[in-house]
Design a protein around this ligand. Structure first.
Ligand code: GUN
Ligand code: ZN
Length: 382
């Protein structure tokens, strides 16, 4: 099918399956591997578009389901899409909405037609079909749009349901391809399902790769499965995916999962965790997560992470804010300012981690990078 992206390979690791590339999208180039922060309500909670761009983010995630409810399709059409609505000149990826409804709304029901749910606003029955999701994403104007898929928790014991969801996701992909109005300016990605069953995953890869979408996602993971099973699924899929297309593992965002998934051949990731945990007063650092609400930081006048170049940690002499752990400790208790600062730091951390990953792949020292990364995170283990 038509595409609105170019995948430009840059380097491959000689020992792992890690890849570095540049993904050229309608709103500018994006370095791969990449972490995409989630901006649910048309903005990253607490950050202005300028502040988000300052973290070096050039591709963020929006949700079709949220934008479709508010401001709604008519407003999106009138204003000319989400880039204009949010004053965001860079790239946007939208998830199709079904996954969010099923995970947020206990009352969502999946049928062959689509996902049925009650509006959280007024309780009226609604139906999100593959066609409607694509129509909304066409109105949003996102650079990457996702197919509507049928997602079952990997921990579900209902194998028949997992198999049905995999086959239904393939049928829904066909309906999404058919409904997509602007393949020359918006890139539709398929989503591989199949739970932890490697045979189902293989079948799904084969069927979806044949549909030739511009990019490919691996879905249905990060739902509490064992790391070992997670890795087997990612590895099984990446081995069957074409070399010349971006591969996106949905819902993954812990730093250790990112670096391992890159070694397994994945390129793109998203997760609400870095921004959500910021709002709980937690900072991501190379030595692990710091809970800055803890009183032990009350008189710690060092930056969140020594050497971090984010707006929050950077010294005032270098044009930053020179924020200390003690400052965050004192403001998070009663103000949202601490949450904003931590959001900036956490998003910047994730993006600069991926930048270091990319450099290590380009210089063909990714295994050594992984070693150093895990030694720093878990210094007492081998
Ligand atoms: N976000 C995390 N996992 C998934 C998935 O399997 N499908 C969709 N659409 N979104 C996700
Ligand atoms: Zn920082």
């Amino acid at each position: 099918m038509a595409s609105a992206l170019t995948y430009e390979p840059v380097a491959r690791c000689s020992t792992t399956k890690a890849r570095a590339a540049t993904l050229h999208l309608p709103h500018g180039p994006v370095p791969l591997p990449i972490f995409m922060p989630v901006a649910t309500q048309a903005s990253l909670k607490g950050l202005s578009p300028e502040q988000l761009a300052e973290t070096s983010c050039r591709l963020c995630l929006n949700n079709t389901y949220h934008l479709g409810l508010k401001p709604g399709q008519a407003t999106l059409d009138a204003i000319g899409g989400a880039h204009k609505l949010q004053s965001w000149p860079h790239n946007i990826l939208t998830d199709s909405g079904g996954f969010q409804m099923v995970s947020l709304l206990k009352l969502a029901k999946v049928t062959e037609e689509g996902v049925r749910f009650l509006s959280p606003h007024d309780g009226t029955p609604m139906l999100l079909t593959p066609e409607h999701s694509i129509s909304l994403q066409n109105s949003i104007g996102s650079d990457i749009i996702m197919q509507l898929d049928d997602v079952i928790a990997t921990t579900s014991p209902d194998h028949a349901r997992i198999k049905e969801a995999m086959h239904r996701s393939i049928r829904w992909l066909d309906r999404c391809i058919e409904a997509h109005k602007y393949p020359e300016r918006q890139n539709l990605f398929c989503i591989i399902q199949g739970g932890l069953d490697l045979d189902l995953r293989r079948q799904c890869c084969e069927e979806m790769v044949a549909r030739d979408t511009p990019g490919i996602a691996i879905g249905g993971l990060s739902g509490g499965e064992e790391k070992e099973s997670y890795c087997q699924v990612v590895k099984t899929c990446t081995e069957l995916l074409p070399d010349n297309k971006p591969r996106y593992v949905m819902g993954v965002g812990y730093p250790e999962d990112l670096v391992v998934s890159v070694a397994l051949g994945a390129d793109m990731f998203d997760c609400v965790w870095p921004t959500r945990t910021a709002r709980f007063g937690n900072a991501i650092t190379s030595k692990g997560v710091l809970t800055l609400r803890h009183a032990s930081f009350a008189a710690d006048f060092t930056p969140i992470e020594e050497g971090c170049t984010c707006m929050c940690c950077r010294s005032e002499a270098d044009g930053g804010l020179g924020i200390t752990k003690a400052y965050i400790y004192h403001v998070t208790a009663k103000e949202t300012a601490g949450a904003h600062l931590l959001t900036m730091h956490n998003v910047h951390y994730q993006l600069s981690l991926m930048r270091s990953v990319r450099e290590a792949i380009i210089e063909d020292r990714y295994p050594a990078f992984l070693n150093a990364f895990f030694n720093k995170l878990y210094p007492n283990k081998d």
